[in-house]
Design a protein around this ligand. Structure first.
Ligand SMILES: [Zn+2]
Length: 323
């Protein structure tokens, strides 16, 4: 991998999520020297694109006004990584939106766009614990479930440009409905929203008093950190719900290992960050049961280490490679 940045160079990594957006200015060693983070939805009448531009400008201001050579962007998909066009993101209201071009015009620098979870996986690969591996799968269970696939040292995009939708792997043919409109996807069974809806029912009927007292029964308030605290407080049914979801995540991981035979499987996302040992335990258990034994010997399971910065770091590295 080439190292295109020299001392004095700066680049921006931008993470556009459904709930928050964050821009970081990095120096040539990929150390953060400026940062700006805002909620994705504005209370004022501000379009998402105007807000994104403002987040980047404020991050540059925070760096002391460094001049930047390029911007890497991780955005929810589906999108075309070649053209930087976002095909459709209901959360931000974009349809066929030329995000790459808009940012390139606003800041007069080259821009690279890719799927946010792809870049999270890429960031963990370049800067995390698996940098020596060539074949890596990232699996990120949180509010939804995303993933990224690195094959032979490159992000895999497939014919559509949007490969890696591991959250929509069918695990139960007649399972619950998913946000994508199909039934039985991993995301419908094991995302934070799926877990929260089961826990909300427990709380409503008096089987999860910690949750009822601290979060109520509104799914949006049953966050990963609160779920972890309820388990620590001894709520066995809450733990059972999370273990089942983590095991499903492990079955999805086993399917991916059977197909790709990666050297490393990186586990990240809000649920894993909040309950790492439980997730490592259940995913490892599912892998032992559902992976072909010969393939299992070659793969190591590692928790992600970059946390909230993974996408921005991956995005920054991506644009740095293209300068
Ligand atoms: Zn789905």
């Amino acid at each position: 991998m080439k190292k295109p940045l020299k001392p004095g160079d700066h680049i921006v990594g931008l993470d556009i999520g459904g709930t928050k957006m964050m821009a970081c200015v990095f120096d040539h060693k990929f150390t953060v020297v400026g940062r700006c983070r805002k909620k994705s939805k504005s209370s004022k009448q501000e379009s998402p694109e105007a807000r994104i531009e403002r987040v980047v400008r404020e991050a540059i201001d925070d760096s002391g006004g460094k001049s930047v050579r390029g911007i890497g962007v991780g955005s929810p998909g589906p999108l075309d990584p070649k053209t930087g066009i976002i095909i459709d993101t209901p959360n931000l209201g974009w349809k066929k939106f030329p995000l790459g071009e808009v940012l390139a015009k606003a800041f007069k620098v080259p821009v690279a766009v890719d799927n946010d979870v792809n870049l999270g996986t890429y960031g963990e690969w370049v800067f995390g614990k698996v940098k020596d591996c060539k074949d890596v799968i990232g699996l990120f269970p949180g509010t939804g479930i995303g993933g990224g696939i690195i094959v032979n040292g490159k992000l895999y995009h497939g014919a559509s440009g949007s490969a890696g939708e591991v959250g929509h792997m069918t695990l139960e043919v007649d399972g619950p409905y998913c946000g994508c409109g199909k039934r039985g996807c991993l995301e419908a069974l094991a995302s934070r929203v799926a877990i929260a809806s089961e826990i909300a029912a427990l709380a409503a009927r008096g089987d999860a008093p910690y949750i009822l007292e601290n979060c109520g029964t509104d799914l949006a308030n049953i966050r990963s950190s609160a779920i972890a605290k309820a388990i620590d407080a001894g709520e066995k049914m809450v733990e059972g719900v999370v273990r089942k979801a983590a095991f499903y995540t492990g079955i999805a991981a086993a399917n991916l290992v059977n197909i790709f035979s990666p050297e490393a499987l990186v586990l990240g996302g809000g649920l894993v960050e909040a309950m790492e040992s439980l997730y490592m335990e259940e995913v490892t258990r599912a892998l032992k049961i559902h992976t072909m034994p010969f393939l299992l010997k070659f793969v190591k399971v590692v928790p992600a280490k970059l946390g909230d910065d993974a996408v921005a770091m991956g995005a920054a590295h991506l644009i740095a490679q293209r300068l």
